[in-house]
Design a protein. Structure first.
Length: 251
């Protein structure tokens, strides 16, 4: 059966002499894996389509019994070419697609997540938008969509409100207050400003004006919290390749 999908390229793998296996995240069916025969030959018109982060439309032959579908043709919807002019933005976009690749395993439709992905890549490629904020917004909403919304308003042990600070450790899935938290070498402290920022990112639509302004130590705290929280809840994210580059930029 011939199918059509709107999708973002997550990763590609060379196959044989001229083919590629492409992993996509699509609006219609979620994760989608295609084999594109002959696309690496110099005559192929589809070669430029399959860079990770590209937003494309594909037509493919679908077989219900197969994990790998056959690519027929495709066209570019948005190349997000602004990413190529800025190494930081390109790195964040690569983290976005790799994070999605590591967290969304099944072929399951999730149109809100697809829209979040496309909107985030558009924000990252727009130099008038703060790239860190576009990234943070994506990360907390991805966690929420996957069922791992961070609960930062209250201590997860005694339920007292966390106002001035919270602690996330190696053994506990959500932040605790200073009285309940047993410090480990993995303990991450988050300030009241970081707590407010996470709540704000989760509660407000994108581009609301009153977002908190974080100083550099709070920004670092937010990065540490997001990644430690994500590693705890979604194990495969620990081994992301693009994180190494991200650490060089923000570590
Ligand atoms: Zn407590």
């Amino acid at each position: 059966m011939i199918e059509k999908a709107e999708a973002v390229v997550l990763k590609t793998l060379n196959h044989g002499d001229t083919s590629k296996i492409i992993t996509l995240y699509s609006r219609e069916v979620g994760r989608l894996k295609l084999i594109a025969k002959g696309v690496r030959s110099p005559k192929s018109k589809s070669m430029g389509l399959f860079q990770p982060t590209r937003h494309i439309q594909v037509i493919y032959y679908a077989k219900a019994t197969s994990e790998l579908q056959m690519f027929k043709s495709g066209e570019l919807i948005d190349g997000f070419f602004g990413l190529e002019e800025d190494f930081d933005r390109l790195t964040l976009a690569q983290v976005v697609v790799e994070l999605l690749d590591r967290t969304v395993e099944d072929e399951e439709t999730h149109p809100r997540l697809f829209q979040l992905l496309v909107d985030t890549l558009a924000r990252l490629s727009n130099k008038h938008v703060s790239s860190a904020e576009a990234y943070w917004f994506f990360h907390v909403h991805l966690l929420r969509e996957l069922g791992f919304r961070p609960h930062v308003g209250h201590c997860s042990s005694c339920q007292e409100p966390l106002v001035h600070e919270g602690f996330l450790g190696g053994h506990h899935p959500h932040p605790e207050c200073i009285k309940c938290h047993e410090a480990t070498q993995h303990t991450v402290r988050i300030s009241g400003e970081v707590i407010k920022t996470i709540q704000y990112l989760l509660a407000e639509p994108w581009a609301s004006d009153e977002r908190p302004d974080l100083n550099s130590s709070d920004r670092r705290g937010l990065w540490d919290f997001l990644w430690n929280y994500t590693f705890y809840h979604i194990e495969p994210t620990r081994h992301m390749r693009s994180l190494k580059v991200l650490r060089q930029l923000y570590g």
